[in-house]
Design a protein around this ligand. Sequence first.
Ligand SMILES: [Zn+2]
Length: 393
Amino acid sequence: MTKVRVYDGAETIGGNKIYVEENRKGVFLDFGMNFAKYKVYYQEFLFDRSARGIYDHISLELIPRLNIYRKDLIPSDLDISIYPSLNVEAVLLSHAHMDHFGNMGLLDENIPIIASPSTLMLLKAILDTSSAKLGSDVAYFSERLPEGKDDRVLKADRRKESKYIGRNLVCTKSFSEPFEEFILTSVKKRKEIEAGHICTIDDCSTPFEIKAFEVDHSIYGSTAYILEGDSTIAYTGDFRLHGKRAEKSRKFINEAKNASILIIEGTRTSRKDINESEKIVFRNCLEAVEESKGLVIADFSARNFERLETFKEIASKVGRKLIISAKDAYLLKALEKADGVDRTKDILIYKELKAVRYNWEKEYLKKEIGETAYIDPTRISSEPDNYLLCFSL
Ligand SMILES: [Zn+2]
């Protein structure tokens, strides 16, 4: 018999942690961060203390009280063995937004992550370019060790011979050599990554037969799933019908018609007044840019790659050059490892004037993309009509 248990995500936006099980073995559908719960306790400079592992998460019930977490994140004054344990065979990740993957890094390292190659590349690149947060350390992580004097305190393993631990990753479709190479490329503190097992979904055993479907969403690599067992479950993740890949969503909807259980995101299901599409955005923004003199700056949420593509098209239509941040360029390069599409062609990177440059930029991006792709701010101010800047805040 198929059992579904919603540990989180029911009456909130995102934060999904849904467990589906058959014969005492199961999979999680996403393991995201519940922003609303975090907001009750944290804001601005207040956040969970990584030196206390999952102590805060468990105490404040930011994550379900279960015995399914990384052993190295359990400080001496926390006992999670009193909580139920589950036979989690895998986590199916729908896409690389925090409210869907943000607590995944806390899970026992032996639990493999199933996701599209694009999503896995994004998880790696997001981690490479940000400071470590326990929950989003999905692709790889530093093991934490009790601090010598007080073992309630856990600190990242900084011993010389230590390596980052790579998770076991399962791709929803075949992956390329550059994909594998990038998973293994360490850009932090010159510590190597010890790769986990990487395979495709056909080689991964779970209680269900899993079919993955690409769907339309603002971030690339978004996937919906159909799980076949005693019952057939369709799980949507976030999806929409107004983007460039709407047809993909429709294909999934057609397949999902045969499912007996539908688990669907309901964020905007009650709104009837929606008339939006990326085409309308394109038309309106093109008009605005055409009428503009001087510099144009477009702002939209981070990692909205489709919007970035929209502005790339607008830039080329009006004869301006698109300029993006180094971080976004790094993410686009990561996506290229998954699908081979060169998205940085004809794009310039803003040369930020800063004292410290991180390895992901210095050692990797600059080599991949070349110094000539960088543009100096002085150059932009001397001929502002030639450029369109996209800096996600
Ligand atoms: Zn999303």
